[in-house]
Design a protein around this ligand. Structure first.
Ligand code: GAL
Ligand code: MN
Length: 213
């Protein structure tokens, strides 16, 4: 978003480890301390709680839009204000060409993230979504509450916060849907010709080591 004012809000349980990166004018780094959780699933899911909390606490005074992005990623080509819209989501790179029945939505009716087999437009990735502060506040608040309800019912959606994001975006249609150029994983998916640019890409990681401990 060259030429625009940007605040980078970094959520971490280890504020002291965030390096001091020199930034251009109009850019600001804000480190927000959050608690750690033992399971990566909980770390991932609690983003909804943290984003909604800070949205009403401060973001609404500080910015117009929120872009919620995983941290294990790299901006590797142009990503600008073209992504902004009241509410936007990003197609999951593993499912952009897939049929609805193969989407990994939550399929158990007991979960608040449940989507019936004959519904669903797209399968969105949990790692890149956003919109105006108010829209993102509503989304994250509702997803967090849905996850708390699941917890009370002893169920956890198959893809955690991503399942709840998909449920939310099914019934609150986004005003913009980003292509997988905005969310790619070369390690997993190579580089098919349909991609003109790799704009925002997963940093290679050892899933077994990070997830399956
Ligand atoms: C995987 C990804 C998971 C989740 C899943 C959905 O490729 O690593 O985070 O998005 O797809 O099926
Ligand atoms: Mn990630």
């Amino acid at each position: 978003m060259v030429g625009h004012k940007v605040n980078y809000y970094v959520y971490t349980d280890r504020p002291a480890d965030v390096p001091a990166v020199p930034l251009r004018e109009g850019r600001k780094l804000v480190v927000l301390e959050v608690q750690n959780y033992a399971r990566w699933q909980d770390v991932s899911m609690h983003r909804m709680e943290m984003i909604s909390y800070f949205a009403q606490q401060r973001f609404h005074r500080e910015v117009d839009y929120l872009v919620c992005a995983d941290v294990d990623m790299k901006f590797s080509d142009h990503v600008g204000v073209e992504i902004l819209s009241p509410l936007f989501g990003t197609l999951h790179p593993g499912f952009y060409g897939a049929e609805r029945r193969s989407f990994t939505y939550e399929r158990r009716p007991l979960s608040q993230a449940y989507i019936p087999p004959d519904e669903g437009d797209f399968y969105y990735m949990g790692a890149f979504f956003g919109g105006t502060v108010n829209e993102v506040y509503k989304l994250t608040k509702e997803c967090h509450q849905a996850m708390m309800m699941d917890k009370r019912n002893n169920i956890e959606a198959v893809w955690h916060d991503e399942s709840h994001l998909n449920k939310y975006l099914l019934y609150h249609k986004p005003t913009k849907v980003l292509s997988p150029e905005y969310m790619w994983d070369e390690q997993l998916l190579g580089r098919p010709a349909i991609l003109q640019k790799l704009r925002y890409v997963a940093v290679p990681k050892n899933h077994d080591e990070i997830r399956n401990r």
